[in-house]
Design a protein around this ligand. Sequence first.
Ligand code: PA5
Length: 452
Amino acid sequence: MSLIKLDEKFLGTELREKVDAKMSVAVEKLHSIQEKSCVGSEYTGWWDYPQIYGFNLVKDVQAYINSLDVAYDLVLVIGIGGSYLGTRAVSSAMQHSYQGLVNSDKPLISFLGHHLSETAMIEVLDLLDERQPIVNVISKSGTTTEPSVAFRVVRKYMEDRFGKDEASKRIIATTDKDKGALRQVSQDLGYKSFVVPDDIGGRYSVLSPVGIVPLALAKIDVEALMEGAHQVFNELKSGDLNNHPVLRYAAARNVAYESDKRIEILSYINPKLFYVVEWWKQLFGESEGKDGKGLFPAGLAYTTDLHSLGQYVQEGVRNLFETFIHFDDASTSHRGAVEQQLKVPVSESNVDQIGYLEGKRINDINYGAMVATKIAHFDGQVPCVEIQAPSLSEKTIGALFAFFETACAVSCLMLDVNPFDQPGVEAYKKNLFGLMGKPGFEDLGQELKTRL
Ligand code: PA5
């Protein structure tokens, strides 16, 4: 039985039949990933990574953390795209939303290098002042502008505050095994370093040192994360693949696209999943959106967005396909188990007209709202599927990573696009180099300036 399930009831009979007809193609694409015969096969190192490397990596990282001779209460992750989103997805889902204010005994995790906002950088420096930081700078290429700029700022801060020797004990680099500026700097300054595997692209790298090192530093259960992913990869090695939820989800996306749907909404009802959805958006957007093809991945938070974009989903342009994601909630609160079940209190007066909800769990009302929304959207010609996972935990998030990575690669192959490259990302980078005067880009800079 699969750890993660897919409910296709509200896809509608016609699309469900089309999914059935597509399953042999989906299975064939999965096999081409497993056999490394697909396009981009040199980047399929994420497939079955937990079993091949992951569990050993967890042991090595834990041993390293146990040997650290600096105390810290803040983990600062510097990276962009696939170099930070997986870590942020897990930490936001698993840590208390007010970590640092409550649960103050656990390390705080913070992020930089994923934008070029001066104000936001200064605010992170303010935070560093209040804490004993450890820094993990992560860049596969080692040359990406945003984390490079942030790292210069933070490195100077760390050296000014702690001196070069202690700063070098508080900085960990995760990068290519021998290429790039970050590898060079770590060698020169004696930073502990971890390697981003050659055969894994950024957005598929959360289970590699890219995610495991900072998450383990933040005291998140990375072994359980690996275990969940391992379970899903294992499920996909044998058995009834025609009915496996990963492949059925990939096929459902494909038939939605062929039925002229152009936007996939991933809807969720627990705000702690915000960054899981951000991770998913990057994975699918960067993998599938090329050659003029692909579903545009969007995320909606319910019930919040039912009072905003919900109107559009119900009655706007009918090019939407919606995937709901639901985990049974598990609280990260430090309150006792009984207090974790929050029910609508009984009240003497019914002036708010919610007497019918008295004694009901908030979770149950929330799920009720999601089911109500799904039916309404289906009736409004938005085909829907629901991904169902057991209670929110490191294990189920790990399983979800394996679920989406595999489904994404299969979806792309079904659309005949390479799931592992991102040629479109270069366009803005070149323009930025030209506008900011990088040597070698002067002519482009001149040409762009004439257009302003
Ligand atoms: O998925 C990808 O490959 C990208 O999103 C990268 O992760 C992102 O561009 C950051 O690259 P790097 O780790 O080389 O700094």
